[in-house]
Design a protein around this ligand. Structure first.
Ligand code: SF4
Ligand code: SF4
Length: 355
């Protein structure tokens, strides 16, 4: 099968070459799968059964942990393990008797087994803390403290439905916060500061103007710099990425917002975007207590009130947003109303609240 792909030194090898033999033999012939217990799936095909043990990961893994996982894969899985799109680690084996041995060793090493069925999946987060310019908070730190609090939800699968939580450290949002059950996003709340002299000396004005997604930047030829339209700016920080003379980070005002109700899948109801429920929580490193408490409360209220099978957004849609704010005790403010006044003065896309 793989011979049709030319060997090159560009990119990874073709995925088929890296599949366990049993998966290659069952490729495109799978018949059914079932969940054996939390964290374990069995997939059946004509070439035999494959057992998958799913393990939660903190996403940033040390070389030591990776070597340990590789060793476990050598021992029980003919050298194979894989990462899911949500950064869980999966061990695949055709031998049923290996399943409990893998679980025992993984738990002894200190990682949780779970994340299958109606459970909390491994949290997704972006990486602004490591490399990015526009981050308004620490992605890895906030995600760790939230996951620490929700750890047990990963290991149980008795939630109303699956629960996906995502984090992005700025509005540019290279994660999945627009379509997750619960999301938290780093936000700036003040305009970039225009350091005219440095802009003139170090930034390309056309590039800078083009970097703004809402057209808020205009050239200022007198100063060989730019001006920013305060009404239009949404504090995304994209301009700072192309011009360091427009710093936007502000420790006193940056923080996080929380969204709920998004999903990608087309099951039951179509995909939906996440919606804002908490406009601002301050940055409170190292443990972000207000953020953690609020997300835990949002999970608990959903677990307590949703019907079996209802994803977060489906639950809110059934009970109505008014009831959601009542049950959660969150404050409803003008910030919750979509109101793009800079483009159309009177446009409101959500006018039917009954408060
Ligand atoms: Fe960078 Fe924003 Fe992505 Fe974070 S969310 S890594 S700051 S683009
Ligand atoms: Fe435009 Fe974003 Fe810069 Fe504001 S912060 S001027 S919206 S690029």
């Amino acid at each position: 099968m793989t011979q049709q792909y030319a060997a090159t030194d560009i990119g990874p090898p073709h995925y088929f070459e890296r599949m366990p033999q049993i998966c290659q033999d069952n490729y495109f012939k799978w018949e059914y799968h079932e969940k054996i217990k939390p964290g374990v799936y069995m997939h059946h095909g004509p070439a035999g059964d494959v057992y998958t043990v799913r393990v939660g990961s903190p996403r940033l893994l040390s070389i030591e942990s990776l070597r340990w996982f590789a060793g476990l894969a050598d021992k029980y899985c003919d050298g194979h393990f894989r990462f899911t799109t949500r950064s869980s680690i999966e061990f695949l084996t055709p031998n049923k008797e290996n399943v409990d041995k893998i679980i025992e060793e993984v738990e002894e090493y200190g990682f949780p087994v779970g994340g299958t069925g109606n459970s909390l999946k491994t949290l997704l987060h972006t990486q602004g803390w490591v490399h990015c310019h526009s981050a308004a908070t620490d992605a890895s730190g906030t995600t760790k403290v939230v996951m620490d609090e929700l750890y047990d939800y990963f290991k149980r699968d008795d939630l109303p439905a699956q629960l996906k939580i995502s984090m992005a450290c700025c509005l540019n949002m290279c994660g999945a916060v627009h379509c997750s059950d619960i999301s938290f996003v780093g936000i700036h709340r003040t305009l970039p500061r225009v350091l005219d002299e440095e802009v003139a000396n170090s930034c390309e004005i056309p590039n800078l103007v083009a970097s703004c997604p809402v057209g808020a930047i205009r050239p200022n030829p007198k100063k060989k710099s730019v001006t920013i339209n305060e009404e239009k700016c949404m504090y995304c920080g994209n301009c700072f990425s192309v011009c360091p003379a427009l710093p936007i980070a502000n420790p006193d005002d940056d923080g996080l917002a929380i969204f709920v109700g998004g999903k990608v899948s087309n099951t039951r109801k179509g995909p939906s975007f996440s919606k804002l429920v908490v406009p601002y929580i301050p940055n409170e490193p190292p443990r972000w207590p207000t953020l953690v408490k609020t997300i835990k409360m949002l999970v608990e209220v959903w677990v307590e009130n949703a019907r079996p099978g209802e994803r977060y957004g489906e639950w809110v849609e059934r009970i109505g947003w008014e009831k959601f704010f009542e049950l959660t005790g969150l404050e409803f403010t003008d910030k919750h109303i979509d109101d793009f006044t800079f483009s159309v003065k009177t446009f409101r896309s959500t006018s039917n609240f009954k408060f």
